[in-house]
Design a protein around this ligand. Structure first.
Ligand SMILES: [Zn+2]
Ligand SMILES: [Zn+2]
Length: 284
């Protein structure tokens, strides 16, 4: 979660340790640790600026390529949460000169890429989740009240910064709805699974639907709010294929409703051209 917040701030122009400390609400120890890790995995580089005592952090090709994901996070956050700082943002596309809103479409048919229109099939790099079951992870908690951060899509980051909530939503996109199905697929302890499902219901991502009312069992279905996270997940999937593959090809292939493999592009809703990080300005 902290790594996401850090990258998010750097995307929007904050790049020194002191500014990040203030913007993310992280402690010095956590911030140092995550900045080191982001450098190790090639997502940040430290450079010495005009003031040698204050190095600044710059994005790399690998992290700049997360730009679509940042835009999709912004779209979702603004759709479902109202915060003055977020509501006042205006994105401008320098290519066409207009204020715009980003949208994700299929590069083949130019129609929106929505969860409802997508199916999946295993790709050449498909494999099982080999993680060991971790039973001693601490319970989830939300960060509100823990700090004074002012990130733009803090709700999304808090929700998805936990790996299990991300995994559960991803599985929901594949049609998983029952506790047993999630449990069979993920190496997660039962108490943590129950906790994260409840968290997702509490945040309006899943809704509970009784399927055997006599014994009160529930399925977990995506709400519209949960379904609308799909473009964010899709951009993450495509980023993973580009930067985190094992050389065997994508583990999973998404098929769009038009019948073609989904190559999702994030474009300007005004001129319909694909967006690039250096062609977008933003005012807060
Ligand atoms: Zn299509
Ligand atoms: Zn444009």
């Amino acid at each position: 979660m902290w790594s996401n917040l850090i990258l998010q701030e750097i995307f929007w122009g904050i790049n020194s340790f002191g500014e990040m400390l203030d913007a993310t609400g992280a402690s010095r120890g956590i911030l140092t640790n995550r900045l080191d890790w982001l450098q190790q995995i090639g997502c940040l580089k430290k450079v010495v600026g005009a003031d040698a005592r204050k190095p600044i952090y710059r994005m790399t090709k690998k992290s700049i390529d997360l730009y679509n994901q940042a835009l999709m996070a912004l779209v979702w956050e603004r759709q479902y949460y109202s915060e003055p700082e977020l509501d006042s943002i205006e994105l401008k596309h320098t290519l066409c000169g207009h204020a715009f809103w980003p949208e994700m479409v299929c590069s083949h048919c130019n129609q929106q890429a929505q969860w409802q229109d997508v199916t999946f099939k295993p790709g050449p790099g498909a494999g099982r989740d080999e993680r060991e079951i971790k039973t001693r992870r601490r319970a989830s908690k939300t960060l509100q009240g823990d700090n004074n951060g002012k990130a733009l899509y803090r709700n999304l980051t808090e929700l998805l910064g936990d790996r299990w909530t991300s995994n559960l939503i991803a599985l929901a996109y594949h049609g998983f709805v029952r506790y047993e199905e999630f449990h069979k697929e993920l190496p997660v302890a039962t108490n943590i699974l129950a906790d994260r499902l409840k968290l997702l219901v509490d945040h309006g991502i899943f809704y509970k639907k009784p399927y055997r009312p006599s014994v009160l069992r529930y399925e977990y279905h995506l709400t519209p709010k949960g379904a609308d996270l799909f473009p964010y997940f899709m951009s993450m999937l495509q980023w993973g294929d580009r930067w985190c593959g094992n050389g065997e090809g994508p583990p999973i292939i998404a098929i769009h409703g038009c019948g073609h493999e989904l190559n999702a592009v994030v474009r300007c809703d005004h001129c319909e051209q694909a967006l690039k990080a250096n062609e977008v300005t933003y005012e807060r």
